[in-house]
Design a protein around this ligand. Structure first.
Ligand SMILES: C[S@@+](CC[C@H](N)C(=O)[O-])C[C@H]1O[C@@H](n2cnc3c(N)ncnc32)[C@H](O)[C@@H]1O
Length: 563
């Protein structure tokens, strides 16, 4: 089974433009088309986010502001001719692959995957000559995935769950239903898009605390249809769609585990969903506020190597100067002139009223209020120190070992987690001591004074992979001591992150004064540099100016060390 992926290029599609063979040419066209689709999505997401920020200040119902922003962004891009794949088509849509996941239904329109705002069935042509192009499988109808690649899809209409519907009535063989019927007779392919729902704790703007995303599941054909009494006692069409044999495997059930369509109905039918299974219920063993589970495909029985779970950094014995001179604010730190902590942030709060990072910030460090402050623990300037608030899970990636993904939507600017481990001073170790390749060490600051070693003890941050097009950034935060060479490394979302998406940051963002090892990067993004540098991975310290050769899994890397 193929797991759903964030929208980005697959590694295999990488193609250099020099000396292109015909297969290389196809590959480079694919990359170009994918890039165009990606660009349209980026424009759409940026624009709708900006509009939403504008609208929500005047609109008390945040969901309405969101829907208006999405509709406006769609319209604006159409007027500017920024949609991709305009015009209805049957079959494959350029630049989109099975498993691609989208955050909003409007995105499907902007990239030409499904061009109906509300209707589940999209089609081209009219009446007897119409053919279905795509369907969106939502929870509002009694749709059931009978088994992998076999879908029971209820036709369109007569359903009081749909907003504008007055009363239940028999479905008619017209419009979308007729088009699906015609597709069955013609053997014509239909694109299937699955709606995935996720309980969402922080997404205040969505009704019922549920957010949805959409996963493209490939081309199906309509195998047969029956007309039966539906859940409201009226006649409905039941189309059986089967995945075409040349299509990639369906999305991982791990990604649709929370979907009402997939869970409730499958459970009631006693069908097993467990292509992915939960191996550990809470790797933090109760230390985090929310359990962090470990999920693997059924065929993969290993779990991460044991390590001690930490929720706070551990420091070597040394005199860490404690943060003195905290603020005297009575309750919350809102007065930028009075609060000394805000003054350290350049006179403005680092976070907005929704506890999201304000960017750009005036100061390179974020000074949060701490133990020496008089303000309350709910102060707006104590965001990242309060721990993980999103449901995260560790899963097995295809080519990067373990990775971390979110189980709920994470709005841009939100704090996600800290990179926690043991602070070590590599320069205290003898030159020439054990040459040790270590995946779990990151450099803390430009001084090279300390590193966070999460090999033996750490938190979920140790499983977050690198991406050249990441969705998290690392910020240096101070709140419990004043040693600027050892700031806390806090990860914040740089974009809206839909449920099910892998989390990543740029490993090169932590300023380093030596880079010792490179590995092939499998991040799969369009901007991929092809390599990642694993910093300070040696439990050996090198004097500045030295050049070091490391033999590692038959790769010899010589990288000059910059003082
Ligand atoms: C901090 S660990 C991340 C968790 C790790 N994947 C695991 O299985 O525990 C860093 C290591 O993950 C792998 N890794 C992270 N990002 C990668 C990427 N984009 N491409 C290839 N390997 C990656 C590399 O082996 C790297 O040394």
């Amino acid at each position: 089974m193929q797991s759903s992926k964030s929208f980005g290029r697959k590694r295999e599609e990488w193609s250099y433009t020099k000396n292109l063979s015909s297969s290389d040419k196809i590959s480079s066209d694919t990359v170009l088309k994918r890039r165009k689709v990606n660009k349209a999505l980026t424009i759409f997401r940026d624009l709708s986010h900006k509009l939403y920020c504008e609208y929500k200040s005047n609109q008390p119902v945040k969901l309405k502001a969101k829907l208006r922003a999405l509709a406006e962004a769609t319209r604006f891009m159409k007027a500017k001719r920024q949609w991709e794949n305009t015009g209805k088509r049957l079959g494959h849509v350029d630049g989109i692959e099975v498993g691609d996941q989208f955050q909003y239904r409007a995105e499907l329109i902007v990239i030409g995957l499904h061009q109906q705002h509300c209707c589940g069935i999209d089609y081209l042509g009219k009446g007897e000559n119409s053919l279905a192009t795509s369907i969106v499988v939502t929870h509002r109808y009694a749709n059931v995935m009978k088994s992998s690649g076999c879908l029971l899809y209820e036709g369109h209409g007569g359903n009081p769950n749909i907003r504008d519907s007055v009363a239940p009535h028999d479905q008619k063989l017209a419009r979308g239903n007729l088009a699906l019927w015609n597709s069955m007779n013609a053997g014509s392919p239909v694109r299937v898009i699955l709606q995935v729902s996720e309980k969402c704790e922080v997404m205040e703007e969505l009704s019922n605390n549920v957010s949805y995303s959409y996963i493209y599941d490939g081309l199906y054909f309509v195998d047969n249809v029956t007309r039966v009494r539906g859940q409201f006692g009226k006649l409905v069409f039941k189309f059986v769609l089967k995945k075409m044999s040349n299509q990639p495997a369906s999305v991982s059930p791990g990604d649709v585990m929370e979907s009402k369509t997939f869970v409730k109905r499958q459970k009631s039918k006693g069908l097993v969903l467990s292509k992915e299974v939960v191996r550990i219920n809470d790797i933090s063993e109760g230390k985090e506020k929310l359990p962090i589970r470990v999920v693997t495909p059924v065929s993969y029985v290993e779990i991460p190597k044991p390590f001690g779970y930490l929720v706070n950094m551990t420091y070597p014995k040394m005199n860490r100067s404690m943060l003195g001179g905290g603020c005297n604010c009575a309750n919350a730190c809102v007065d930028c002139l009075e609060c000394v902590c805000i003054a350290k942030n350049g006179g403005t709060l680092a976070y907005d009223g929704n506890r999201k990072l304000v960017s750009p910030m005036k100061s390179s460090f974020i000074y949060e209020c701490g133990s020496s402050c008089l303000c309350s623990s709910s102060c707006i300037n104590r965001v990242s120190q309060s721990g993980i608030h999103f449901q995260l899970e560790i899963f097995k990636t295809k080519s990067k070992g373990w990775g971390v993904r979110t189980r709920s939507f994470i709005p841009s600017g939100s704090f996600v987690c800290e990179l926690i481990g043991e602070v070590v001073h590599l320069n205290n170790q003898k030159v020439g001591s054990n040459l040790h390749v270590d995946d779990y060490i990151i450099n803390i600051g430009a001084s090279g004074k300390g590193c966070i070693d999460a090999t033996r003890h750490g938190n979920i941050g140790r499983f977050i992979n690198h991406s050249c097009s990441p969705n998290l950034c690392v910020k240096d935060v101070m709140y419990d001591h004043s040693d600027k060479s050892l700031p806390h490394k806090m990860l914040f979302a740089t974009k809206d992150i839909p449920a099910g998406r892998e989390l990543s940051y740029d490993y090169n963002c932590c300023k380093v004064n030596f880079k010792v090892l490179s590995k092939i990067c499998y991040c799969g993004s369009l901007e991929c540099n092809g390599q990642i540098y694993i910093e300070a991975t040696l439990k050996t310290y090198c004097k500045s100016g030295m050049t070091m050769g490391i033999h590692w899994k038959s790769i010899i890397v010589f990288i000059p060390i910059v003082a």
